[in-house]
Design a protein around this ligand. Sequence first.
Ligand code: NAD
Length: 471
Amino acid sequence: MTAPAPTAPAPTVTTLVNPADETVIGTVEHTTWEGVDEAVPRATMAQVGWAALAPAERAAALRRFAAAVDAAVEGLAALETRNSGHPLTQSRWEASHVRDVLTYYSAAPERMIGQQIPVAGGIDVTFLEPIGVIGIIVPWNFPLTIASWGFAPALAAGNAVIIKPAEWTPLTAIRLAGIALESGLPAGLFQVLPGRGSVVGERLVAHPGVGKIVFTGSTETGQKVMAGCAANVKAVTLELGGKSANVVFADSDLELAAATAPYAVFENAGQDCCARSRILVQESVFDRFLELMEPAVKGVVVGAPTDEATEMGPLVSKAHFDKVASYLDDDARIAFRGTAPSGPGFWFAPTVLLPTSADDRAVTDEIFGPVVTVQSFRDEAHAIELANASRYGLSGSIWTRDLGRALRVTRGIASGNLSVNSHSSVRYSTPFGGFKQSGIGRELGPDAAAAFTETKNVFISTAASSTEGTP
Ligand code: NAD
């Protein structure tokens, strides 16, 4: 616990900007290295009492937390919209999702069931023990929901959590910490430490009092986090980048596939790890698909996030806008674009590109903005080959009316979350995570709480004692 603080000077506050109009909405002070070192023992102390609660009491406390989130949905949604630029209807869904994730995992404390294993000479049982303190490092694209995928099952399994939100989008996580306390969770059990990745994030990774890291973010940062965890032999879950394929066969409901394809990539302005940002279309219907998709792209309602009709808001920041815009250089072949407001705000119109080769960086890089490429394929084998031609493997969709083909192609694509004739990927009751460089481990679903435990094996001898039978 005595590791020195990094010497590089760092700004002590982040100035937060509303992405829709560029107005300053406040500043947030950064937690220091020493601040993390003070937070960890607070979490450790709180965790001991939390884990000692009867399972039903822990469950009831999580349900009270869920109810408090439910009562705060409107406030959280408004805050997320101001800080992250998400359309209000989407922000409401995100805040409600946190409530639902908490409710789902409130059933877990009473179901942390070990095993009884047949052995000679006694009985053998396993216990699922909480790990202790869990560090949860969150990206800026879905600040609320992604935090909840870590903290809800971690708390359910008897752990304390320390959440590090992304620099640009800390406000809803900070508010959640207040809601957790107001709902009756013990002080120290649910802490939020805003600040820099290179300070708060790295200290959580290195701190010996933090038993596991759940990291969601870019593959590059994930590699550093994994290396840091390796140095400390610390458990880690990584949810990283994606470049998912939307595979459209000629025998599909082409109208529906074309009408839904824009929403599968432009939702959250493309700042979605599951965005189907590579559309692969069978060559016999390629032109027809583009014809059908053009009005759908132009019909995406891009505008003020506070407007209930808005489907897509701005990008999160100027820095991110510049990164996304760099993909529309002179070499980019633009098929067509949607619309976006002009004036202040980081607005970027939905954009459809026709890449000239499979090596085009628009095809290989995770752009993380409202930009999609469309390529053609010959047959099933070629579709699988193109879908798999990525270092990522997070999500994807397959459109076909042939059930056998749907199953062959889903089994052939190396990806953690696939949907057939839909673009669904995240349900709190089903496992979520990536193949290849999209990550390691799974979140959500029935087994997530167990991922925040250590299995302890106990053998109890049933041999007669040597004194048995003696008076
Ligand atoms: P990022 O990697 O820049 O940052 C993520 C978090 O890590 C932030 O809180 C940041 O402060 C922190 N961080 C930065 N450097 C760190 C370090 N050295 N040690 C510890 N923590 C550090 O990612 P981002 O730009 O905020 O988010 C976008 C990325 O997240 C995209 O690649 C996207 O695909 C990915 N993502 C993945 C999923 C998933 O579930 N697979 C979900 C959402 C986003």
